[in-house]
Design a protein around this ligand. Structure first.
Ligand code: ADP
Ligand code: ZN
Ligand code: ZN
Length: 661
């Protein structure tokens, strides 16, 4: 925060342009200092502001408090944070241009188009009514706990209707940009004529500014968006919904590493407006909060239309006889037969495999060469379509070598299986079936995802192969079989949240099957596993989130992991691991840990090297969030100076409440 002089009295929240060194940058009047001397203290040269952008109404006090809180909690400078969350284009405009943009926004809002289709709200069932009433009455965040198809979105719509009725704005957060269009359609059909805008990183700079202005001017009644939307100024905010609140994408992974869900809860409390966290598989943090009475759990136990959840079949792969000829088994015979049944009935199947590309690694049988990335601690993935080896971390792509680069052997072969290979193998097993694939590679082109989803909806696909991308949110009406082909990796991952994420993914995927009640009875979720006795699958079979959560929370309590401990990670990136480690060691020496906070030794993270940068990290842990925050606030400001003593250090950063350690 810096001081500047101004001739005119400036309201807090006013946007400015100020000189900084030789440049002119954006600024915001933070708080009027009641004791500010009109005269600068002697010897201090306070520069005048360059321009006052007072065409824009000041950023409101509650928004500035949100920025203060987020900056303090996630250990960032408040000015840097506040400016970084404004639409980039806003920082470029002068007063006249701003006035023009605002007039355009006002004109748009005044003449907001009414959609062709509108929908009347269905009569809510008893559980939904209770949920809507609970949201209106609650004095704490509401956890809306219901499986896919239990009518959660309908509850959001009714809660939003109440907010609009009261003259307030409603904010709805979703985990992925891909999910915004269908939600937008549903909200605009329900609220014809109401101004609805989206906020996410897929907008053009002009769109983003326009939508943000509509939100900030209080003209937008409904704001839908990804995590960034929680940081928009909303002068009439009356409801916040976080859909799929357990989704990891609500946590920003760079810069200010904020959790949009947690900021939503804070913002709701600050403004005393309802916050709804919706999920079939709440994060263990949220579940724990509900059990402790800090959140109110409101269940939606029934699927709309009374459809049952699909039957879960856990296939013990270790019990199957080995296929003849030492060939690799693609699918268990029973699963293949079940897919063939579906095809014969004109129904669809979804096969999930969380690994894109053809094979995760190429291998030379003569000298044991493997397709490692020269710049990262990762294998380069074999993509057969364009015969490349691609690193999914640094992007290095090269043509597949004809022969082993080390020994010249011509016999180099893929190990393991990605979605491309599964698709190819299925085509061989089911020659008459129409097989499609949806993953990050198949959907790179603009509009490709919509097109591929459309092909599935309209029945042009019999078997869909996909990564977790397809498990989320999409409403596939004709899918009656979902199969997880190889989910075992997550059971033994070093990431302590991996089981939680796998369970959520499988429950969500199961929810893709049989969304039409008449099909629900025939719907099945298959899991191929070499660990059929794992308790995670036992809970999944019973659709028993609560048992799964209880078991996980026990493990976390014993291990001293969240939600029973607060964590922060100090990360250092450098040219060599030794430099990164030396920085972290010196940093640790400056920390006054006391007996409430534990600093662990620096270790390399799972991906220790990316694009020729070595990474190290240090875990800081405390049973007390307050103690951890106190330590960080006193400690981190000293690290800027420390940095200068470590040549070769590229960057350091802190991640408060990290998702993975
Ligand atoms: P979720 O968000 O939990 O997946 P939705 O709100 O999308 O569930 O509801 C699933 C389907 O049931 C949607 O097509 C929705 O329009 C419909 N639906 C929801 N509530 C009702 C209701 N009370 N009566 C009739 N249909 C409903
Ligand atoms: Zn070789
Ligand atoms: Zn790489």
């Amino acid at each position: 925060m810096l001081d500047y002089a101004s001739e005119q009295a400036l309201s807090p929240g006013t946007l400015l342009r100020v000189p900084l060194g030789r440049r002119e940058v954006a600024g915001i009047v933070w708080d009027a200092d009641p004791d500010a001397a009109t005269q600068a203290p002697e010897g201090v040269d306070i520069k005048p502001v360059a321009a006052v952008l007072d065409a824009l109404p000041p950023l409101p006090a509650d928004w500035r408090r949100l920025m203060d809180f987020a900056a303090a909690y996630y250990q960032r400078a408040v000015g840097e944070l506040a400016l970084s969350v404004l639409p980039p284009e806003l920082r470029q405009l002068d007063n006249t241009q701003l006035q023009r943009r605002m007039k355009r926004a006002r004109d748009l809002a005044a003449d907001w188009p009414v959609p062709e289709h509108t929908s009347a709200p269905p009569a809510l069932n008893a559980e939904q009514q209770a949920a809507v009433a609970a949201i209106a009455a609650a004095d704490k965040p509401v956890l809306l706990h219901g499986v896919t198809g239990s009518g959660k979105t309908e509850v959001y719509l009714h809660a939003a209707a109440q907010a609009l009725q009261a003259g307030r704005q409603a904010l709805v957060l979703v985990p992925e940009i891909n999910l915004t269009p269908q939600l937008e359609a549903r909200f605009s059909e329900r609220f014809p004529g109401r101004v609805l805008v989206s906020l996410h990183s897929g907008l053009t700079p002009a769109q983003r500014l326009r939508h943000w202005l509509l939100a900030h001017l209080g003209l937008a009644d409904l704001v839908l968006g990804t995590r960034m939307a929680v940081l928009a100024p909303l002068p009439r905010l009356g409801l916040i919904v976080v859909d799929e609140e357990h989704d990891p994408s609500f946590k920003q992974q760079e810069g200010a590493r904020y959790s949009a869900r947690d900021l939503a809860v804070w913002r709701g409390k600050q403004l005393n407006v309802p916050v709804v966290l919706g999920s079939a598989t709440p994060s263990l943090e949220t579940w724990h909060n509900a059990q402790q009475g800090r959140y109110l759990r409101v269940p939606l136990a029934e699927r709309i239309g009374g459809g049952a959840m699909p039957r879960v079949r856990v296939l013990d792969m270790s019990a199957l006889p080995k296929p003849a000829g030492g060939e690799e088994r693609v699918l268990a015979p029973a699963l293949l037969a079940a897919i063939e049944d579906r095809i014969a009935r004109g129904e669809q199947s979804l096969l999930l495999l969380n690994r894109r590309g053809y094979a995760p690694v190429l291998h030379c049988s003569a000298c044991a060469w493997k397709s490692g990335c020269p710049h990262c601690s990762a294998w380069r993935v074999f993509h057969k379509v364009d015969r490349t080896l691609r690193c999914h971390h640094c992007g290095l792509a090269e043509r597949v070598p004809r022969a082993c680069p080390d020994c010249g052997n011509l016999d180099i072969s893929p190990i393991g299986r990605g979605t491309e290979k599964l698709q190819e193998q299925l085509a061989a097993l089911l020659p008459d079936a129409r097989i499609a694939r949806i993953d990050a590679d198949s959907t790179k082109a603009v509009g490709a995802l919509e097109q591929q989803l459309q092909a599935v909806q309209s029945g042009d696909v019999d078997v869909l192969v996909g990564t977790q991308m397809v498990a989320k949110g999409h409403d596939f009406r004709r899918i009656t079989l979902v199969a997880a082909v190889n989910p075992d990796g997550a059971l033994f991952s070093s990431d302590f949240r991996a089981p939680e994420r796998l369970f959520a993914l499988l429950m969500q995927a199961a929810g893709r099957a049989g969304r039409d009640a008449e099909q629900a009875a025939r719907s099945e979720m298959w899991v191929q596993t070499w660990n059929a006795q794992h308790p995670l699958f036992a809970a999944l079979k019973r659709h028993d989130y609560e048992a799964f959560a209880a078991a996980q929370l026990d493990e976390r309590r014993v291990a001293g992991l969240p939600p029973f401990a607060a964590l922060a990670l100090l990360r250092a990136d450098a040219k060599t691991a030794a430099v990164a480690k030396a920085f972290l060691d010196d940093a640790a020496a400056l920390a006054e840990a006391g007996d409430q906070v534990t600093l662990y030794r620096p270790v390399p993270p799972h991906m220790a090297r990316v694009a020729d940068v070595d990474r190290m990290q240090m875990l800081v842990e405390s049973p007390s969030r307050v103690a951890l925050q106190r330590l960080l606030a006193a400690w981190l400001p000293q690290l800027q100076a420390l940095r200068a003593q470590h040549k070769g250090l590229i960057r350091w950063a802190v991640d408060v409440d990290p998702l993975a350690i």
